[in-house]
Design a protein around this ligand. Sequence first.
Ligand code: ADP
Ligand code: MG
Length: 155
Amino acid sequence: MRHLPYFCRGQVVRGFGRGSKQPGIPTAKFPEQVVDNIPADVSTGIYHGWAGVGSGVVRKTVVSIGWNPYYNNTKKSRETHIMHTFKEDFYGEILNVAIVGHLRPEENFDSLESLISAIQGDIEEAKKRLELPEHLKLKEDNFFPVPKSKIMNGH
Ligand code: ADP
Ligand code: MG
């Protein structure tokens, strides 16, 4: 895909909170304007990438880009799951995301169980692929804000 890696940041907004935390897979939502700016050739599907909250640690991530049923599938939706257990939610914070590769196309599942097992498969696959040198190096990209403590130590 021509546009990968694709870097974007935005404020985390509240979604429908519809159970994604239930099976243990919280997905952070971006505001519509940020999603609208995704280039058209970044197709719907599941991607692997890197994400950091504010100037926090950059971690392995899976991103789903789908058609938003709320807008009769005319607009895209964007959800980011970071592979980490956070102590607290981070609504309102700036989330920085680098989408580095495509895992699979968007799919419809006939049960919650099959959806969850697909997502768990995606997470395992993403973990592996992100270890590839060309993907690993994007974790250090200047796109991600450097924590203040690191700047201080450098002086
Ligand atoms: P919503 O419908 O509001 O997106 P979710 O149940 O999908 O609700 O939970 C997403 C929220 O959970 C995020 O906006 C973020 O504040 C928080 N969160 C906690 N841990 C994570 C994580 N590992 N990845 C993504 N979001 C997380
Ligand atoms: Mg969500």
